[in-house]
Design a protein around this ligand. Structure first.
Ligand code: UTP
Length: 271
């Protein structure tokens, strides 16, 4: 069973500047609820028991959000407001399952994942990228079922327009397993249109093998000088580690850019 999830949160969030010059984008409300809570709810519903947040000193605000007990206790004592009590209980529920590790220099997603090396216990773990919300159907839960069935790594996938391939990890298909699941032959981080082997993109949900840490330790910087998780995944695939792409059936909402964030809030308010 997959019991642990990791969430990289130590990036700079430059696409949401100027907001992100002082604020953690993962706490921005989407229809009144911080983006990160949607991600946590997805994890809890999928049966995850421990969530590791990779943050930086600049993003201590995220830790504070979950560790503000004295503040809540004082307000609850003074105002006896049932809503505050309910919100505090919710925060406590999240806090119980969250652990924090630090990545103080944003050297890339691969480097962020490496920070969790000593915490991951089982052979496989889940990784969620917090900018990628998937609503209407629990993507992590479906991926865990696929993992159980095939004992393999799994990545969420979606067809994107050819024009946008350079924003994603793009994979080459080896074999169709069934309607929504495909065996992967190769994956390339942010390829140019010319380099892209398809228009099939990896979206921010991954079930990764613990073996990936050994690859990350010797992973050289790739595109834009960053250490990318995709590059280590590519190495594992080349060594015949089975990776399945799962075409999820929920709705994908990109909260990492300003346009995407605004659209996501509108979409979620309609649910
Ligand atoms: P992105 O590459 O989308 O970067 O990271 P970003 O910093 O969030 O946003 P932009 O592109 O500057 O606007 C994907 C995820 O990986 C995390 C980010 O916090 C985000 O959740 N990340 C990225 C890290 O934790 N560490 C890194 O070094 C890089």
């Amino acid at each position: 069973m997959i019991k642990q999830a990791i969430i990289p949160l130590a990036g700079l969030g430059t696409r949401l500047l100027p907001l992100t010059s002082v604020f953690a984008k993962e706490l921005l409300p989407i229809n009144g609820k911080p983006g990160i809570e949607y991600i946590l709810d997805e994890c809890i519903e999928a049966g995850i028991k421990e969530v590791v947040f990779i943050i930086s000193k600049k993003k201590m605000m995220i830790k504070k959000y979950f560790y503000n007990d004295n503040f809540y206790k004082k307000i609850i004592k003074k105002k006896k407001d049932p809503r505050t009590l309910k919100e505090y209980k919710k925060i406590l529920k999240y806090k119980k399952i969250i652990k924090f590790v630090y990545q103080n220099k944003p050297l890339g997603t691969g480097d962020a994942v490496l920070r969790t090396k000593n915490i991951i216990k089982d052979k496989f773990f889940l990784m969620l990228l917090p900018d990628d919300l998937i609503v209407k159907k629990n993507c992590s839960k479906s991926m865990i079922q696929i993992h159980k069935k095939y004992k393999s790594s799994v990545m969420a996938s979606m067809n994107v327009s050819k024009k946008t391939v350079s924003r994603w990890g793009i994979y080459k298909l080896k074999k169709k397993i069934d309607k929504n699941n495909f065996l992967i032959e190769d994956v390339i981080e942010k390829p140019s249109i010319k380099e892209a082997p398809s228009n099939k993109a990896v979206i921010g949900r991954y079930i990764l093998p613990k073996k990936i840490f050994a690859k990350l330790l010797s992973q050289k910087p790739g595109k834009n000088g960053e250490i990318h998780i995709t590059d280590s995944i590519q190495t594992l695939i080349k060594e015949n580690q089975k990776f399945i792409a799962h075409n999820f059936s929920g709705k994908y909402l990109d909260c990492g850019s300003m346009n995407g964030y605004i659209k996501s809030a509108i979409e979620i308010s309609k649910l």
